[in-house]
Design a protein around this ligand. Structure first.
Ligand code: ASP
Length: 362
């Protein structure tokens, strides 16, 4: 496509943005989003790049999304890769961060930008956030399609990296944040991107290869005081291959509970890969910091550092698609593949703090 007339493909998967009220609550209705966009002059303005809308059938509340739907999105982007300069996946907010992380691993190489957006209120509501999210995403893709690549999520005036973003608010228009990596762009009067934080595209663009996710069995488990080792044992039982363990604080667990540690050890010895991530939104799992973290490491658990649960799950799905041994998966889980984690000793850009660690609390 020529640089002077970018063309954007909108892949409309569902979500509140195009929903209408029904007796059973809000549901997505075919044709509604496109009709509402066609009826609004702003979407026809001269400074809005040309776009086409490809609507999925069925449209989904994203609570119903599965890895098969991620595959459909990824294949749609691959199949239309040559004909468009950028891709906007319109998606429900509930699982948008999971899809953003999954697509980041599934589509490689990716030399064109893929954005995800949605809305907290449907486009036909008076106070909707849908118009701003949609229009800014389309304009951003049009203006910068040849200057950045990879999977990102745009919502409420901020652009986030697809492997770093998480839904933090079910009520606010500012529904997403990226606690361990700063936003990579902001939309105010100007559309500002942090060029050193976004992947640069290679030219000519290569057609992405799609890796299907979902044949592996992965799971997530959140620790809580009083947990029964038997319920964790169920989560770790065959055929599960990988589990994201949401740990207390900086990667801690009940180290005085021998039954709990025994369940973890048995599972890792069977080849289950257990990845510790922090329950707090911000911070990293450092299993060497406290004795309660060291006990996890001794049981074979590996650190996912500052990954979100969404990114850690997508990464486990992805790594188990590659026929790696469990040890190889454990090594790669701790390796930065798509900007999803900050390796130990490094500080994410512009978080504005030196990282100093406690020592001696063993
Ligand atoms: N339940 C909706 C969904 O995720 C919420 C939304 O779109 O904001 O599809």
């Amino acid at each position: 496509m020529s640089d002077s007339s970018p063309r954007i493909l909108i892949v409309y998967t569902g979500g509140t943005i195009g929903m209408v009220e029904s007796e059973g609550g809000y549901v997505p209705e075919p044709g509604t989003l496109q009709a509402l966009m066609d009826a609004r002059a702003a979407f026809q303005a001269d400074d809005v790049p040309a776009y086409d809308v490809l609507e999925f059938d069925p449209l989904l509340d994203s609570a119903n999304m599965t890895p098969a739907d991620w595959l459909r999105i990824a294949r749609t982007i691959r199949d239309h890769h040559e004909s468009y300069d950028g891709f906007l996946v319109v998606h429900g907010t509930d699982t948008m961060a999971f899809t953003a992380a999954a697509l980041s691993f599934m589509l490689q190489p990716l030399d064109k930008p893929v954005l995800l957006t949605g809305a907290q209120l449907p486009l036909n509501e008076t106070r909707t956030d849908a118009q701003g999210n949609l229009l800014t995403s389309i304009v951003l893709l049009g203006d910068y399609h040849d200057r950045f690549a990879g999977v990102h999520l745009f919502f409420h005036d901020r652009l986030f990296r697809g492997t770093r973003v998480t839904k933090v608010n079910a009520d606010s228009f500012a529904a997403f944040d990226s606690p361990n990596f700063p936003a990579v762009g902001t939309a105010g009067i100007d559309l500002d991107l942090e060029w050193d934080r976004v992947p640069a595209p290679q030219r000519p663009p290569r057609t992405p290869v799609v890796t299907a996710l979902g044949t592996a069995t992965v799971s997530a488990f959140r620790l809580f005081p009083g947990l029964d080792a038997a319920s964790l044992e169920n989560v770790l039982a065959p055929p599960v291959q990988g589990v994201v363990l949401e740990c207390f604080g900086a990667g801690n667990a009940p180290a005085r509970d021998d039954a709990f540690l025994g369940v973890l050890r048995d599972a890792t010895e069977r080849g289950v890969v257990i990845v510790a991530v922090p329950q707090p939104l911000r911070g990293t799992a450092d299993l060497s910091l406290y004795a309660t973290g060291q006990a996890l490491a001794d049981a074979g658990v590996v650190s996912g550092y500052d990954m979100t649960t969404e990114a850690a799950l997508a990464k486990l799905y992805y790594l188990f698609e590659q026929d790696h041994t469990p040890d190889e998966v454990r090594r790669l889980v701790q390796t930065n593949l798509r900007g999803e984690l900050t390796p130990p000793g490094e500080v994410p850009p512009a978080l504005g703090r030196a990282r100093r660690r406690l020592a001696g609390y063993r």
